[in-house]
Structures are given as structure tokens and as C-alpha cells.
Design a protein around this ligand. Structure first.
Ligand code: AMP
Length: 119
């Protein structure tokens, strides 16, 4: 599996503020910004500042980073007004799941009735 190295990883560059991407929220270990190609009225990506190619790369000592990201996902959902209608948080890990950016991220989707089913 081709994995981007941090130096040429687009999400590393965004998280470091190199591309001027506007963050909708930030926490100690994660940033949140709008997806370039939104699949729902609200589509925000929550991205750990540290590079992991995907969920499978998170080591035993690093799960606090994913906890931080999920907490930020819930905060984003609240701040974007998604608590009443509900929202979805997903991560794609690997080609069969459709992962295209090889830096761990969580999609926060909401603002409309989402398609039922998980794949
Ligand atoms: P995935 O297919 O789960 O790896 O999701 C990658 C997501 O990143 C896609 O929804 C893309 O639209 C989104 N994306 C790629 N590049 C950027 C970017 N520069 N800024 C915001 N979103 C991006």
C-alpha cells in the first residue's frame, strides 16, 4: 500500500498551517476543516496533527490521539448544529474502504438525512 510520508502528506501540511486552510475547530492533538468535496451539507474532516497513515497505524501508546480526535468530532458536530438531527463519524482505513488520503482522518457528516447503510 502506498503511504505518503509526512513531508509530502497534504494533511500534515494543512495541520501545520502551511496551506492556509481555515480550521473550524482545533484541539490539543487535532484540527478540523471543511472537506474540499463535501458529501453532505456539513462535511468536516477531523485530522490528528501527528501523522498516522490510517487507524491501523495507531500504536497502543497513541490511542489518546484518536480519543482527542473523536472528542473534537463531537464538538464540531455540536458547533455546526448537528446534535438535533444527528450526524455520522467515519474513517476509511485502506483501499477497500475507499481511503484516498493516507493520513488518519475522521469524516463528520450531517445537516441532512444521510443515506442508510454502511457500505
Ligand atoms: P478518504 O477517501 O476517506 O481518504 O477521504 C479523503 C477526503 O479528503 C476526501 O473527502 C477529499 O475530498 C478530502 N480532501 C482531499 N484533499 C483535501 C484538501 N486539500 N482539503 C480538504 N479536503 C480534502
Amino acid at each position: 500500500m502506498a503511504e505518503a510520508q509526512p513531508n509530502d502528506c497534504i494533511f500534515c501540511r494543512i495541520a501545520r498551517g502551511k496551506l492556509g486552510t481555515e480550521f473550524v475547530a482545533e484541539s490539543e492533538h487535532s484540527v478540523a476543516f471543511r472537506d474540499l468535496h463535501p458529501q453532505a451539507p456539513v462535511h468536516v474532516l477531523v485530522v490528528p496533527k501527528r501523522h498516522f497513515a490510517g487507524l491501523r497505524e495507531v500504536g497502543d501508546e497513541d490511542w489518546h490521539v484518536t480519543a482527542d480526535a473523536l472528542a473534537l468530532a463531537a464538538r464540531v458536530a455540536a458547533e455546526q448544529g448537528l446534535y438535533d438531527g444527528g450526524y455520522r463519524v467515519i474513517t476509511n482505513d485502506g483501499p477497500d474502504a475507499g481511503q484516498t488520503v493516507w493520513h488518519l482522518h475522521f469524516h463528520v457528516l450531517g445537516g441532512a438525512k444521510l443515506q442508510a447503510g454502511l457500505g
